[in-house]
Design a protein around this ligand. Structure first.
Ligand code: CP
Ligand code: NVA
Length: 301
């Protein structure tokens, strides 16, 4: 594994080994066992969109591994003034040992990896959010002890989270059911991949998707970059809310996950959010451990 650009590129074994290492690093941090696997290494964090969790978990994560992070806002980089990604990649590769990038187009992340010579980690694009889904899988496995055979249900926008959950869930041996409005389906590339799995289903009916689910996941109805569509989206997603009624269709005691930030009263009710706050914030914490595992896997060479 040279990069983490999207989960479609990862084998089930690679995903499982990152999750195992993440569990180990979480244990070591809890017990103050040093794990400075990336002593003296630097990772650059390029952000073209806002972030709370991704930025802070990568910065502290590399520090705990003995390395350092450089926060690189695209507002300050020459890339924000039009310097080509091909040149940025070749320059940064001479200084850094790894690059994380959060941006709009998936192609930009792929190009960074293509033209650079250090590992590239996707910290969210419009297409996918692999780091988040590794943390989600870790959190679900912590609760149930396994992933294989569980039913993962996602309700809402067929966005970057939906795309990564479909691929990650199926590769982890879960059954995956998705409910989105007709015009907000997941990406074609992801649906083509999922078509090979008889444990995958896509519907417009949230109640049907939630039936017997072990874990119910949702995300904002308007992602970063879609601010102008907010009004039309609020209407399109009515009925796609994680609430009491929806959770009654899931298995008793089913888990709720949300990548955050959450919009209470929209994709999830205040009540459901607070009832499941412990597992949602565990999921947020696990970003740290999962990304440390990704950095060690890619950068400790
Ligand atoms: N879930 C997530 O990626 O959060 P941030 O946007 O705060 O990084
Ligand atoms: N789908 C959301 C996820 C935020 C972490 C977005 O892209 O804005």
């Amino acid at each position: 594994m040279d990069h983490l650009l999207k989960l479609l590129d990862c084998t089930p074994e690679e995903i499982a080994s990152i999750l195992d290492l993440a569990d180990q690093l979480k244990y070591e941090r809890k017990h103050n066992i040093p794990h400075r696997h990336l002593e003296g290494k630097s990772v650059g964090l390029i952000f073209q969109k806002s972030s709370t969790r991704t930025r802070v978990s990568f910065e502290t994560g590399i520090f705990q591994l003995g390395g350092q992070a450089l926060f690189l806002s695209s507002r300050d980089l020459q890339i924000g003034r039009g310097e080509p990604v091909q040149d940025t990649a070749r320059v940064l590769s001479r200084y850094l040992d790894g690059i994380m990038i959060r941006t709009y187009e998936q192609k930009e992340v792929e190009d960074l990896a293509k033209y650079g010579s250090v590992p590239v980690i996707n910290g969210l694009t419009d297409f996918c959010h692999p780091c988040q889904v590794l943390a989600d899988l870790m959190t679900i496995r912590e609760k149930y002890g396994v992933l294989k055979g569980l039913k993962l249900c996602y309700i809402g926008d067929g966005n970057n989270m939906a795309n990564s959950l479909i691929v990650g869930g199926l590769k982890a041996g879960m059954s995956v059911s998705i409910a989105t409005p007709e015009n907000y389906r997941p990406a074609k590339e992801v649906l083509d991949f999922a078509a090979g799995y008889d444990v995958f289903s896509l519907t417009e009916d949230p109640m049907k998707a939630a039936e017997n689910a072990d874990v119910v996941i949702t995300d904002t109805w308007a992602s970063m970059g879609q601010e102008d569509e907010k009004e039309i989206r609020m209407k399109a997603f009515q009925g796609y809310q994680v609430n009491d009624e929806l959770m009654a269709a899931a298995k008793p005691g089913a888990m709720v996950q949300h990548c955050l930030p959450a919009y209470r009263g929209q994709e999830i009710t205040e009540k459901m959010f607070e009832e499941h706050a412990a597992e949602i914030f565990e999921e947020a914490e696990n970003r740290l451990h999962a990304q440390k595992a990704v950095m060690v896997t890619l950068m400790k060479k």
